[in-house]
Design a protein around this ligand. Structure first.
Ligand SMILES: Cc1ncc(COP(=O)(O)O)c(C=O)c1O
Length: 391
């Protein structure tokens, strides 16, 4: 089966955030919306068919998680990440960002410190702030075109009130697939100080050629003991609007606290359509996943060549996973990131994420989502190149 990722699908009229918030964010609707991290590729037919099949039944009543759901999830994780997850460690989770918020509420108290490593996926910042916890930044260091963790700074910031670290593994927006040595060192430091690590592994199934995802919990026994891992098919199979994810918590004490939190608000279940989609994704999705990644890699290569040839002032951080590319635009010489962002939108027709929303280290950066048809990417970049010529 060959899937077609060149297809251009009009998303207008579907309440797509990517389109409907352009005016508010960019001051114009006339942009290529290459920001929100969902794909412009068709959600694969084996998933749409599974949903349609469920809708054939005329009653959409209260339903259990299908019996295949957890065995398929566990098998998928074993096959793709060589992690043997016990059935008792895993449960349904209604979205990873909500899961991070639940973890913050479960394992910390108001005023406690939570570490994140910016520039990083911005909801990490909001979740901590919205729950009145103290945000501690351990800013990543850029070395040889990729991000590294700053362990010295990390250790120097930890106090008796530091209770949690939120890890993006692989990293969004830098696209870094953290290696075993890095994760082991992180685990060692966090275990020494009784810090729980929330490992957000939503991008795990999208490592690119030459890279392999390492689940944080697998690097050592102490990592397993302090870990709360979240995974999902939502990003990989373009079904984030359905909301389906899982938590995996090997440590019984941490698990009991998390499950108790979920139970207190009756948050343990999902909806029948996301169950059906997840089962179909893990049962039939491998070929689609591989072809989708091949197409994404083609787009990343296209972007890299285009920038080198036409916009050498923009330096892409080459991602090791996923479809997001972090662009260093400092050489364009804008006064600040707001001005840069506005120029890209209003002159270059680029609807991109502003680097500073990802926290410190995001200055003079933008994030582009290349999970779109190549022709759209090409048109968008041409439009940017024309605008930059006039600078
Ligand atoms: C690192 C990361 N975590 C979580 C999410 C969103 O997860 P969910 O839609 O399940 O809340 C995203 C989406 O872009 C992401 O990049």
């Amino acid at each position: 089966m060959n899937y077609n990722f060149d297809e251009i699908i009009d998303r207008r009229g579907t309440d797509a955030i990517k389109l409907d918030r352009c005016q508010a964010l960019f001051g114009t609707e006339d942009v290529y919306p290459l920001w929100v991290a969902d794909m412009d590729f068709r959600t694969p037919d084996f998933i749409l068919d599974a949903i349609r099949a469920r809708l054939e039944h005329p009653i959409l009543g209260y339903s259990n998680v299908p019996k295949d759901f957890f065995p398929l999830t566990i098998q998928w994780i074993k096959d793709h990440h060589q992690w043997e997850v016990s059935r008792g460690w895993v449960g349904f989770l209604n979205g990873i960002v909500p899961g991070i918020a639940f973890a913050v509420q479960t394992y910390t108290n108001e005023g406690d410190e939570v570490i994140i490593q910016p520039p990083v996926y911005y909801p990490f910042i909001h979740v901590v702030n919205n729950n009145n916890r103290k945000l501690i930044y351990n800013q990543l260091i850029e070395r040889d075109g990729r991000y590294e963790m700053d362990f010295e700074n990390l250790e120097s910031q930890i106090t008796s009130r530091t209770k949690l670290l939120i890890l993006s593994n692989p990293h969004n927006p830098g696209g870094r697939v953290w290696d075993k040595a890095t994760l082991s060192r992180l685990a060692e430091i966090c275990a020494k100080h009784n810090i729980v690590v929330v490992a957000d592994e939503i991008h795990a199934d999208m490592t690119l050629t030459g890279h392999r995802h390492t689940p944080f919990a697998t690097v050592s026994e102490s990592a397993a003991n302090i870990s709360v891992t979240f995974m999902a098919p939502s990003k990989t199979f373009n079904i984030p609007g359905l909301v389906s994810s899982v938590y995996i918590i090997p440590n019984p004490d941490l698990r009991e606290k998390f499950v108790t939190f979920l139970q207190k608000s009756d948050l343990t279940g999902g909806n029948i359509l996301s169950y059906a989609a997840t089962v179909a994704a893990y049962e039939h999705g491998e070929q689609w996943r591989q072809q989708m990644l091949e197409y994404v890699e083609g787009n990343i290569a296209f972007l890299k060549n285009f920038l080198a040839n036409h916009l050498p002032q923009i330096k892409p951080m080459m991602p090791e996973a996923s479809f997001l590319v972090w662009l260093d635009c400092a050489e364009l010489g804008f006064k600040d990131t707001d001005e840069l962002h506005l120029f890209f939108a209003q002159k270059g027709k680029q609807g991109l994420n502003k680097g500073t929303t990802f926290g410190p280290g995001g200055e003079q950066h933008l994030r582009i989502n290349v999970a779109c048809s190549r022709i759209i990417l090409e048109k968008a970049l041409m439009s940017l190149a024309n605008a930059v010529k006039e600078l």
